[in-house]
Each structure stands twice: as structure tokens, then as C-alpha cells.
Design a protein around this ligand. Structure first.
Ligand code: ATP
Length: 225
């Protein structure tokens, strides 16, 4: 009997991908016994900051470099190829069709979770697949902002070393919101960009070597405040 495939969708701006993203991704492959974790770079994230993000294809290329050799990682261009900037709810709908029959986990950090109620059709999104919220240094994990019926779906995996692959959700059972504290890397893309703009050595900036070389080669982030 073939087992249901378990696929995580890790969306973000990835401007650039850094060691924090990769640590989260590696830990979730273990914790959730994933067949595949898909990084899904967003086209733009206008709510994030006023300067336009780096070209989507640069961000995609850096993800490809950062994930090469990692057997279970994939980089999806689904949002970059969409005719209009999709919301997460559209992307999950699209990936549900593409990976029909798979169990999908949508991944986000505690900072994104804190803003979830501002996302387009966020309640529908939380109904569409399982979610995984990962702790992040500097951000408190809170549930005050979501209704009690959503809090009831939280499964706390904090403190689990790995391999506690959640069982399949039974027919009619609402998807879960898993919590993980498997890693805590205090790094952000903002810090990386600022470090480059200040002329810091890329070796200290907590991105994979191949990503640092790419940033150097294309002179990314040098002019950003
Ligand atoms: P920026 O500094 O530009 O806002 P970022 O470092 O937060 O970027 P994003 O690409 O926005 O990176 O993040 C994509 C997803 O990864 C988000 O859900 C975010 O919460 C999560 N994330 C990013 N960095 C970490 C980290 N160090 N630990 C846990 N989650 C993280």
C-alpha cells in the first residue's frame, strides 16, 4: 500500500535565503517525516517594506543554490509564474491540485503567525491544509489573536526531537496547526541585507557560501539602507 506523501510549503520573500530558513526546513523534514519541503518565493511582499524586493529570479536562483544537494528540498516558481500576484490561499489551492492526495503542511515563523489575521482569506487558508508555526528568536508565540475554535486545532510539538510524524488527519477532522521549536536561529534577511550594505564580510552574514558568492557576483544589497 503506498503511503500518503507529506509535502511542506515554505513561503517567503527569501531576500535572501539565510541559515535560519535552512535550519527550519531541515528540522521540519525530520520532525514531520516529510517527503519534500518546497520553498515558494513570493513575487513581492508589499506589506513588508517600501523598497521593492530584489528581482524574484535572483531570489529564486539563491534558493536553488542554497538547496542544491539537499535531497528533500525543492524550489517552486509557482508564485513567480502566476499571472497576478497570488495570495497564499491561491498558492495552496494550486499546489493542492498539483499534488492531489498528498498531505500538505504550510510553514511559517512566529512573526508571520502573529499577522495571520491580516492575510487574505486567512481562515479558509487554515482550513485548506495543516500548518506548522515555528518559533523564532525575538518573537513571542501567541494565540490571543485567533478565535478559540482555531486554538483548539493547535498541536504542540515543542520539545520533540523529531520523528514524531503526525498521523494522517481523519476524514472530516479539521487540519491541525503544529508548533515546533526544533531550531532557533537568530537571523533575518533584513540583517543580511544591512550587513552587505555596510560592507561587512559575507562570511559572517549567515548565508550559505554559494549564496554569499552570488550576492557578491551580482552586487546585490550594496545600495540598501
Ligand atoms: P525580512 O527580514 O526581509 O523580513 P525574513 O528573514 O523574515 O525576512 P522571510 O523570507 O520573510 O525572511 O521569511 C519567510 C518565512 O520564514 C516567514 O514565515 C518567517 O517567519 C520565517 N523565518 C524567517 N527567518 C526565520 C528564523 N530565523 N526562524 C524561524 N522562522 C523564520
Amino acid at each position: 500500500m503506498s503511503q500518503t506523501k507529506r509535502i511542506a510549503i515554505y513561503g517567503g520573500t527569501f531576500d535572501p535565503v539565510h541559515d535560519g530558513h535552512l535550519a527550519v526546513a531541515r528540522s521540519l523534514v525530520e520532525l514531520l517525516a516529510l517527503d519534500c519541503l518546497m520553498f515558494v518565493p513570493a513575487h513581492t511582499a508589499p506589506h513588508k517594506r517600501s523598497a521593492p524586493p530584489t528581482s524574484p529570479w535572483h531570489r529564486h536562483a539563491m534558493l536553488a543554490l542554497a538547496t542544491q544537494g539537499e535531497e528533500r528540498f525543492r524550489v517552486s516558481s509557482v508564485e513567480l509564474e502566476a499571472p497576478e500576484r497570488p495570495y497564499s490561499v491561491d498558492t495552496v489551492a494550486r499546489l493542492r491540485e498539483e499534488f492531489h492526495g498528498a498531505r500538505l503542511f504550510f510553514v511559517m515563523g512566529a512573526d508571520s503567525w502573529a499577522e495571520i489575521t491580516t492575510w487574505r482569506e486567512w481562515e479558509r487558508l487554515l482550513e485548506m491544509c495543516d500548518h506548522v508555526v515555528v518559533t523564532r528568536p525575538g518573537y513571542e508565540l501567541s494565540f490571543e489573536h485567533v478565535p478559540v475554535k482555531i486554538r483548539a486545532r493547535v498541536v504542540d510539538l515543542r520539545g520533540s526531537a523529531g520523528g514524531r510524524a503526525p498521523r494522517a488527519v481523519a476524514e472530516g477532522e479539521p487540519p491541525k496547526i503544529f508548533l515546533s521549536d526544533a531550531v532557533s536561529e537568530d537571523v533575518s534577511a533584513t540583517e543580511v541585507r544591512r550587513g552587505v550594505a555596510r560592507g561587512e564580510n559575507l562570511d559572517g552574514l549567515r548565508v550559505p557560501r554559494a549564496v554569499a558568492d552570488y550576492i557578491n557576483k551580482y552586487g546585490l544589497y550594496r545600495d540598501q539602507a
